[in-house]
Ligand binder design. Structure first.
Ligand SMILES: Cc1cc2nc3c(=O)[nH]c(=O)nc-3n(C[C@H](O)[C@H](O)[C@H](O)COP(=O)(O)OP(=O)(O)OC[C@H]3O[C@@H](n4cnc5c(N)ncnc54)[C@H](O)[C@@H]3O)c2cc1C
Length: 360
């Protein structure tokens, strides 16, 4: 029979678990219920009491590694903490949030436990009878079939694969945004503290350095993805480019909506080709085949042609709209739910005015 462990960690405040951790708890609760399997939740935090209390209603066994060394993300301490939690829980399936903190250590922990890891998992379920997964070649002939199957995308989100593995413990690193975060009234939880003997700590975390206020444009948790295409920097019907106006309109829209900013490849490539560029865009904003595939409930594309290598990055955008001057653009060929054949300069100007009015 399977037994499940979820590894979680506190956020920067130390008081609550990260959203990705809570999403993984949701996935684990659903899997444990469907398999009738025991569930353990492991917490890494300076003080595990507040995060543990937020999980009291799960009714799960709660383990914690806590103390000052575990307040900050650090490879040595996080790997040691998660290894100790895994050994204490002795679970067969270990679900791990795909946060930068745990993505960094998950493979090492799996290795220390002589387990196996798969990453970018988007869903987990009990295995359907008679439906062996792709990794069944790893199966010993007389071992029982895997009870769990996990789904992930390959080849830039073009192929969805269902994996099973007989190797245990099986670590599954869940992509953020694929489950609702667990939420319940806090209670009074019983937490088992797991001791960790740390080797000499050679890395000292001196603090966090984040981009200046207002320059952060990639917001994975935003409800809306706003995509800027190369059209913003191209000559407009008056024969002129209007790059400063484009920058003001885009930043004004982002300020009002807190949307995440994506870009086409053509636009971010322009910097290297000596053309006028929008200074707040980098290749990190690029959406598409050679860019990112973010998850947002809605997306608005502006001044972008909607070519396949770009739109493939919109795989997980639920509702898509586009503003393009070209009525024959890729968006109007079935890639968007709504296409406004219009001048994005005018539309966003009007939209920003309405948003400012609504907020005042
Ligand atoms: C191997 C490979 C990988 C690639 N990977 C990616 C990728 O990851 N991401 C990506 O984005 N691309 C990628 N591309 C490039 C992709 O094929 C397109 O070239 C690119 O997406 C085009 O960007 P664009 O639509 O912004 O620019 P353009 O094709 O120049 O389109 C600009 C659009 O803006 C419109 N426009 C202009 N002014 C206005 C206005 N005032 N109002 C409204 N609309 C206006 C124009 O009508 C036009 O439709 C890749 C290509 C290859 C070959």
């Amino acid at each position: 029979m399977e037994s499940i462990l979820v590894l979680t960690h506190a956020d920067d405040t130390g008081a609550i678990l990260t959203k990705a951790s809570l999403e993984t708890v949701t996935a684990a609760l659903a899997l444990a219920a469907r398999l009738s399997a025991p569930l353990t939740i492991g917490i890494v935090a300076a003080d595990a009491t507040p995060p543990a209390n937020s999980l009291a209603a799960t009714g799960s066994r709660l383990l914690a590694v806590s103390g000052e060394p575990f307040a900050q993300p650090r490879y040595a301490t996080d790997a040691a903490a998660c290894e100790a939690l895994c050994r204490a829980a002795a679970a067969t399936i270990v679900l791990v949030p795909g946060s930068s903190r745990f993505t960094r250590i998950a493979a090492a922990v799996a290795h220390r436990l002589h387990g196996f890891i798969d990453t970018h998992i988007t869903s987990i379920a009990p295995q359907m009878q008679g439906a062996p997964g792709l990794a069944s070649e790893t199966r010993e002939s007389d071992s029982p079939p895997s009870a769990v199957e996990a789904t992930r995308w390959f080849y830039r989100q073009r192929i969805e694969a269902v994996l099973t593995r007989d190797a245990r413990p099986w670590f599954l690193l869940l992509d953020a945004g694929t489950n609702a975060p667990y939420a319940a009234e806090p209670g009074s939880a019983q937490v088992e503290q797991i001791p960790v003997t740390l080797a000499e700590i050679r890395t000292t975390v001196t603090g966090l350095r984040s981009p200046q206020q207002g320059t952060q444009t990639i917001r994975p948790d935003a409800k809306l993805l706003f995509v800027a295409g190369a059209g913003w920097t191209k000559k407009q019907p008056d024969g002129q480019t209007h790059v400063p106006e484009a920058a003001d309109l885009i930043l004004g829209f982002l300020r009002s909506t807190s949307a995440s900013l994506g870009s086409s490849k053509s636009l971010v490539d322009q910097g290297g080709e000596g053309q006028s560029v929008l200074p707040f865009l980098t290749h990190l904003n690029q959406i598409g085949q050679t860019g990112a595939t973010p998850r947002h409930p809605k997306g608005l594309s502006t001044c972008c042609h909607g070519e396949e290598p770009h739109v493939v990055g919109w795989r997980f955008i639920a509702e898509r709209r586009a503003i393009s001057l070209d009525p024959n653009c890729g968006w109007s060929r079935g890639k968007a739910d709504v296409v406004y054949v219009a001048d994005a300069f005018q539309v966003i100007l009007k939209l920003n005015a309405l948003l400012t009015q609504a907020q005042s």
